[in-house]
Design a protein around this ligand. Structure first.
Ligand code: PGA
Length: 231
């Protein structure tokens, strides 16, 4: 059965890649694959202006107030974003964002009409201790019922060039599917144009959250090409 995949480009703290706004940009919306880009806040406006489907990398659950340096879900929505990342492991690690805070973010995003992508995943130590499902279950159970997109991103696979094996990914995605049957499940962690086929073809994988490989238009084009062939 053909899939309807969602491919998200997480540019993290990097400028919009060269070619992001050209007529043949691989970051543009398409009919066969849902494509969403997550630029820095500084590049949101030009990506929206270029016609890309765009999301914020973070958003505060409060609509406004005394929070120096922050930006709210409501502001992202007003600006023209359609999505937002919540609970990325880099936010959990470097900004101490816990499951309760991520749940607040997801709910606030849903309330203003943004599509939150809730990120979950275990660390290397947790997997070595055989606790990966326990951790993922705890992260999942904190999320509001309305969440429709979940990204499983094993922390040890993010930015390391060490992607999870197809067996590890399918095993975890099937587990997540039993707990959140109606959510779209993305895989994230060193996905690139070379391993995209074997990972995106897995039964319980509905798309990908791509970091490093989304920063080069040629690599991202390769991933979108693979996704398109599966759709
Ligand atoms: P990566 O990042 O593709 O560079 O591993 C994925 C992510 O952090 O979303």
């Amino acid at each position: 059965m053909p899939k309807h995949l969602l491919i998200a480009a997480n540019w993290k703290m990097n400028p919009a890649p060269a070619g992001f706004d050209t007529p043949d940009s691989p970051y543009r919306p398409r009919t066969d694959v849902d494509v969403v880009v997550f630029p820095t806040f500084l590049d949101l406006e030009k990506c929206i202006g270029a016609g890309l489907v765009t999301g914020g990398q973070w958003g505060d659950p409060k609509p406004s107030g005394a929070a120096t340096g922050d930006i709210s879900m409501a502001m992202l929505k007003d600006m023209g974003c359609s999505s937002v990342l919540c609970g990325h492991s880099e936010r959990r690690k470097y900004h101490h964002e816990d499951n309760a805070f991520v749940a607040e973010q997801v709910q606030a995003a849903l309330d203003v009409g943004l599509m939150p992508i809730a990120c979950i995943g275990e660390t290397e130590e947790e997997r070595s201790a055989g606790k990966e499902k326990e951790i993922v279950q705890r992260q999942l159970s904190a999320l509001p019922d309305g969440v429709t997109v979940i990204a499983y991103e094993p922390v040890w696979a993010i930015g390391t060039g060490k992607n999870a094996t197809p067996e590890q990914v399918e095993n975890m995605h099937a587990f997540i599917r039993t707990l959140r049957p109606s959510a779209r499940l993305l895989y994230g962690g060193s996905l690139n144009e070379k391993n995209a086929q074997e990972l995106l073809a897995l039964r319980d994988v509905d798309g990908a959250l791509v970091g490093g490989a989304s920063l080069k238009a040629a690599s991202f084009r390769g991933i979108i090409g693979v996704a398109g062939d599966l759709c």
